[in-house]
Unconditional design. Sequence first.
Length: 215
Amino acid sequence: MNSKPGIPIWQVDAFADRPFVGNPAAVCILESYPRDDWMQSVAEEMNLSETSFVVPADGDNTFHLRWFTPVTEVDLCGHATLATVHTLVENNHVDVRAPIRFHTRSGELCCRWDGTIVTLDFPSNAATNDVGEARSNALLTSLGIAEGVVMQTKYDLVVVVGDADVVQSMRPDFNALALIETRGVMVTAASRESEVDFISRFFAPRCGINEDPVT
């Protein structure tokens, strides 16, 4: 029997106002970073879209932050950052009156907590049409849709289609989709419902996530 204390890991449902909805992420607060393979194994064991690992950095309210999917490290993750802020606040690791800063592979991220809402200031990520016909066609085929406007962002491909029903009814070929060189693919359309502006789905089989719950 191992009597050594374990390392606590929190699971947080981001974008949720009640249990069992939203986008779950795991958060691990550490004093210093262990080996990468250990963090990857933890993320694989948690089996969530992302597990975040956060350690203190020089400066007040400042931390280093890294994110892992079950199979690889990623450069940026929104919902796991939100979950990290929540966990740091709940465990009294930050001064909520001041900005919370994270050093990441995508640069410095600045977050704020006002008691009910977390505000994330992320780098801009403009989309371009520089995708190429062959790559666009391969992507649309793997998604099982006839047409759409394909755009490239820094990390992902975005497909805009004209009908929300197309987004909802898609059944991608994940083996074919995993052959497309991109972190992930977001498919989106304007919503016909007055409550929301658009609907979207996000697929990242190359990162071990066939479909993300929210992104």
